[in-house]
Design a protein around this ligand. Structure first.
Ligand code: AMP
Ligand code: ZN
Length: 114
């Protein structure tokens, strides 16, 4: 499967990892939109939020748990941060492997910036 994030999980494409456990990986976004910009992904290939099945729900909990740990480690847990999932065309999703952006480290702009 030609999925860039699966390749990051496998290690065939390099990334700056900040978290890894049996099911979840997180790494620096290659084009950061804020001083802290990490991507948190399941190791399992799920194309988008629309494809999250009931059996995947524990995984979503693990992603949130990882996000909180990363926010603390990156020093933004108290100052604040945003966890974003883009799903589908109108959201601007470009990588079709489920991922959550963790953004922080500065006052963030409007949620629906044009
Ligand atoms: P989205 O619009 O939600 O699909 O966002 C995809 C994100 O993946 C963008 O913020 C990209 O900068 C990021 N990205 C794409 N390729 C890589 C890569 N090889 N390593 C890290 N981040 C990447
Ligand atoms: Zn994938």
């Amino acid at each position: 499967m030609d999925c860039i994030f699966c390749k990051i999980v496998e290690g065939t494409i390099p990334s700056k990892k900040v978290f890894e456990n049996d099911h979840v990986v997180a790494f620096h976004d290659i084009q950061p939109a804020a001083p802290v910009h990490m991507l948190i992904i399941p190791k399992k290939h799920i194309a988008a939020m629309n494809d999250v099945a009931e059996e995947d729900l524990p995984l979503i909990g693990e992603i949130h748990q990882a996000a909180l740990q990363i926010a603390r480690e990156q020093g933004v847990a108290e100052s604040g941060y945003r966890l974003i999932n883009n799903c589908g065309k109108d959201s601007g999703q470009v990588v079709f492997h489920l991922h959550y952006h963790l953004l922080g480290g500065e006052k963030l702009g409007a949620l629906n910036a044009k």
